[in-house]
Ligand binder design. Structure first.
Ligand code: HEM
Length: 127
Protein backbone atom coordinates (compact mmCIF):
# COMPACT_ATOMS: atom_id res chain seq x y z
CA UNK A 1 0.00 0.00 0.00
CA UNK A 2 2.72 2.45 0.91
CA UNK A 3 5.11 3.65 -1.74
CA UNK A 4 8.44 5.35 -1.36
CA UNK A 5 8.26 6.91 -4.81
CA UNK A 6 8.34 10.70 -4.77
CA UNK A 7 5.44 12.51 -6.40
CA UNK A 8 7.95 13.41 -9.10
CA UNK A 9 8.60 9.74 -9.85
CA UNK A 10 4.93 8.84 -9.54
CA UNK A 11 3.96 11.27 -12.30
CA UNK A 12 6.71 10.03 -14.63
CA UNK A 13 9.61 12.39 -13.89
CA UNK A 14 10.89 15.25 -16.02
CA UNK A 15 9.51 14.02 -19.39
CA UNK A 16 5.97 13.89 -17.98
CA UNK A 17 6.36 17.29 -16.32
CA UNK A 18 7.64 18.74 -19.61
CA UNK A 19 4.55 17.48 -21.42
CA UNK A 20 2.32 18.96 -18.72
CA UNK A 21 4.06 22.35 -18.93
CA UNK A 22 3.83 22.38 -22.75
CA UNK A 23 0.10 21.74 -22.65
CA UNK A 24 -0.32 24.16 -19.73
CA UNK A 25 1.08 27.09 -21.75
CA UNK A 26 -0.94 26.10 -24.84
CA UNK A 27 -4.08 26.36 -22.69
CA UNK A 28 -2.96 29.57 -20.94
CA UNK A 29 -2.12 31.32 -24.21
CA UNK A 30 -5.41 30.14 -25.67
CA UNK A 31 -7.25 32.18 -23.05
CA UNK A 32 -7.98 35.73 -24.19
CA UNK A 33 -7.76 37.08 -20.61
CA UNK A 34 -4.40 35.46 -19.88
CA UNK A 35 -2.61 35.80 -23.21
CA UNK A 36 -1.80 39.54 -22.88
CA UNK A 37 0.32 38.92 -19.79
CA UNK A 38 2.73 36.90 -21.90
CA UNK A 39 3.23 39.36 -24.75
CA UNK A 40 6.93 39.70 -25.49
CA UNK A 41 7.92 37.06 -22.92
CA UNK A 42 10.65 34.55 -23.76
CA UNK A 43 8.39 31.51 -23.67
CA UNK A 44 11.01 28.74 -24.02
CA UNK A 45 12.85 30.20 -21.02
CA UNK A 46 9.64 30.57 -19.01
CA UNK A 47 8.73 26.96 -19.78
CA UNK A 48 12.16 25.75 -18.69
CA UNK A 49 11.82 27.55 -15.37
CA UNK A 50 8.28 26.28 -14.88
CA UNK A 51 9.41 22.69 -15.57
CA UNK A 52 12.19 22.94 -12.99
CA UNK A 53 9.87 24.58 -10.47
CA UNK A 54 7.13 21.98 -10.92
CA UNK A 55 9.66 19.15 -10.73
CA UNK A 56 11.00 20.51 -7.45
CA UNK A 57 7.48 21.06 -6.02
CA UNK A 58 6.86 17.38 -6.76
CA UNK A 59 10.02 16.32 -4.96
CA UNK A 60 12.32 15.92 -7.96
CA UNK A 61 16.11 15.91 -7.63
CA UNK A 62 16.97 19.43 -8.76
CA UNK A 63 16.29 22.66 -6.88
CA UNK A 64 14.45 25.56 -8.54
CA UNK A 65 16.99 28.23 -9.35
CA UNK A 66 14.88 30.71 -11.28
CA UNK A 67 13.87 34.07 -9.96
CA UNK A 68 11.91 34.33 -6.77
CA UNK A 69 8.21 34.15 -7.71
CA UNK A 70 7.37 37.53 -6.18
CA UNK A 71 10.19 39.15 -8.13
CA UNK A 72 9.26 37.39 -11.41
CA UNK A 73 5.64 38.55 -11.23
CA UNK A 74 6.17 42.02 -9.80
CA UNK A 75 4.52 44.73 -11.88
CA UNK A 76 2.44 42.29 -13.93
CA UNK A 77 -0.69 43.28 -11.96
CA UNK A 78 -2.00 39.74 -11.87
CA UNK A 79 -5.53 39.59 -10.47
CA UNK A 80 -6.82 36.91 -8.10
CA UNK A 81 -9.31 35.90 -10.78
CA UNK A 82 -6.59 35.36 -13.36
CA UNK A 83 -4.45 33.56 -10.82
CA UNK A 84 -7.35 31.20 -10.14
CA UNK A 85 -7.78 30.59 -13.88
CA UNK A 86 -4.11 29.70 -14.29
CA UNK A 87 -4.28 27.41 -11.25
CA UNK A 88 -7.35 25.66 -12.66
CA UNK A 89 -5.59 25.13 -15.98
CA UNK A 90 -2.57 23.61 -14.23
CA UNK A 91 -4.72 21.27 -12.15
CA UNK A 92 -6.82 20.27 -15.15
CA UNK A 93 -3.75 19.49 -17.26
CA UNK A 94 -2.22 17.47 -14.42
CA UNK A 95 -5.49 15.59 -13.95
CA UNK A 96 -5.62 14.91 -17.70
CA UNK A 97 -2.11 13.48 -17.45
CA UNK A 98 -3.42 10.96 -14.93
CA UNK A 99 -1.84 12.49 -11.84
CA UNK A 100 -3.26 11.07 -8.59
CA UNK A 101 -5.58 12.98 -6.27
CA UNK A 102 -2.88 13.00 -3.61
CA UNK A 103 -0.42 14.76 -5.90
CA UNK A 104 -3.16 17.15 -7.05
CA UNK A 105 -3.88 18.05 -3.43
CA UNK A 106 -0.21 18.81 -2.89
CA UNK A 107 -0.15 21.04 -5.97
CA UNK A 108 -3.31 22.89 -4.90
CA UNK A 109 -1.85 23.49 -1.42
CA UNK A 110 1.33 24.83 -3.00
CA UNK A 111 -0.69 27.10 -5.31
CA UNK A 112 -2.50 28.48 -2.27
CA UNK A 113 0.80 29.06 -0.49
CA UNK A 114 2.41 31.03 -3.32
CA UNK A 115 -0.67 33.02 -4.35
CA UNK A 116 0.17 36.06 -2.24
CA UNK A 117 3.63 36.28 -3.87
CA UNK A 118 2.13 36.36 -7.37
CA UNK A 119 -1.19 38.19 -7.15
CA UNK A 120 -1.09 41.98 -7.02
CA UNK A 121 -4.09 42.30 -4.71
CA UNK A 122 -5.00 38.98 -3.12
CA UNK A 123 -8.75 38.30 -3.02
CA UNK A 124 -10.66 38.60 0.25
CA UNK A 125 -10.95 35.15 1.75
CA UNK A 126 -13.79 33.84 3.83
CA UNK A 127 -11.63 32.88 6.80
C1 HEM B 1 -0.06 29.66 -10.72
C2 HEM B 1 1.12 29.81 -10.21
C3 HEM B 1 2.30 30.31 -10.99
C4 HEM B 1 3.51 29.78 -11.00
C5 HEM B 1 3.97 28.57 -10.21
C6 HEM B 1 4.32 30.57 -11.90
C7 HEM B 1 5.65 30.32 -12.18
C8 HEM B 1 6.45 31.14 -12.93
C9 HEM B 1 7.86 30.95 -13.14
C10 HEM B 1 8.67 29.78 -12.60
C11 HEM B 1 8.31 31.98 -13.89
C12 HEM B 1 9.73 32.19 -14.41
C13 HEM B 1 10.54 32.98 -13.43
C14 HEM B 1 11.92 33.27 -14.03
O1 HEM B 1 12.01 33.63 -15.18
O2 HEM B 1 12.91 33.11 -13.33
C15 HEM B 1 7.17 32.82 -14.18
C16 HEM B 1 7.21 33.98 -14.93
C17 HEM B 1 6.09 34.60 -15.43
N1 HEM B 1 4.78 34.36 -15.07
FE1 HEM B 1 4.19 33.00 -13.72
N2 HEM B 1 3.57 31.58 -12.42
C18 HEM B 1 2.31 31.46 -11.91
C19 HEM B 1 1.23 32.27 -12.17
C20 HEM B 1 1.20 33.21 -13.15
C21 HEM B 1 0.02 33.94 -13.56
C22 HEM B 1 -1.37 33.78 -12.93
C23 HEM B 1 0.40 34.74 -14.59
C24 HEM B 1 -0.43 35.70 -15.42
C25 HEM B 1 -1.73 35.57 -15.58
C26 HEM B 1 1.83 34.56 -14.79
C27 HEM B 1 2.60 35.23 -15.71
C28 HEM B 1 3.96 35.17 -15.80
C29 HEM B 1 4.76 35.96 -16.71
C30 HEM B 1 4.24 36.98 -17.72
C31 HEM B 1 6.10 35.62 -16.47
C32 HEM B 1 7.35 36.16 -17.16
C33 HEM B 1 7.89 37.35 -16.40
C34 HEM B 1 9.16 37.86 -17.04
O3 HEM B 1 9.93 37.08 -17.61
O4 HEM B 1 9.37 39.07 -16.95
N3 HEM B 1 2.29 33.63 -13.90
N4 HEM B 1 6.05 32.30 -13.58
Amino acid sequence: MTTSLSYYDQVGGAPAVRDVVDLFYVRVLDDADLKPYFAGIDLPRLKRHMVVLLCSVLGGPDPYEGRDLAEAHRGLDITAEHYAKVGEILVSVLRGAGVSDEVLRHVVLTLNEVESSIVAEPAETAD
